[in-house]
Design a protein around this ligand. Sequence first.
Ligand code: C5P
Ligand code: MG
Length: 195
Amino acid sequence: MSINSDLNVVFVLGGPGVGKGTQCSKLVKDFKFKHLSAGDLLRAEQVAEGSQFRDIIKQHIKDGTIVPQEITIALLRQAIVNNQHEYKNFLIDGFPRKLDQAITFEETVMKAKLTLFFDCTKEVMLNRLMERSKTSGREDDNIESIEKRFDTFVNTSMPVIEYLDTERHIVKKIDCTKSVEEIYTNVKKALEGII
Ligand code: C5P
Ligand code: MG
């Protein structure tokens, strides 16, 4: 099925533990956004009965590396198709994480209106992740996987944010060392025109 061209897609990017999910949940409570987390979609596919991608997804998540774009883009495309009759505004959280994903998604699914880049120090992110690890049950919230996820973020995902900034001019940077409420105020400001 085709994608409505009048949807608003917002990419939500930033390092592991920066608070992308927290801010997206707040937006969903206050506004009509569909929140699609690429990581959550991959984790669901990883346990989906009969999926041919279970092993490959599991391995990449454990290693903190990026799942091949075909898998992630197919999951996102399907989720958008399933929700586009009810929602006009989509938060795509944790995607694109690699340059090929950004280019293919915008060529074959749709162009993003905006990118929220949650900027933070590694120290703050690490503290948040170690706190989250007590309750998250995530297989990659352990120190070995976390270090690999940071490496991937710096080497593979930061260049995507630079591309979206310098080539597409759609990046708004949010300082995420602040409190959840202060961050949320700035997120809402950045989304003016969409919300
Ligand atoms: O965003 P989140 O931290 O939930 O992602 C968990 C893992 O899912 C990543 O470390 C990566 O292995 C995989 N992922 C991916 N491509 C994306 C988003 C997540 O490969 N765009
Ligand atoms: Mg998340």
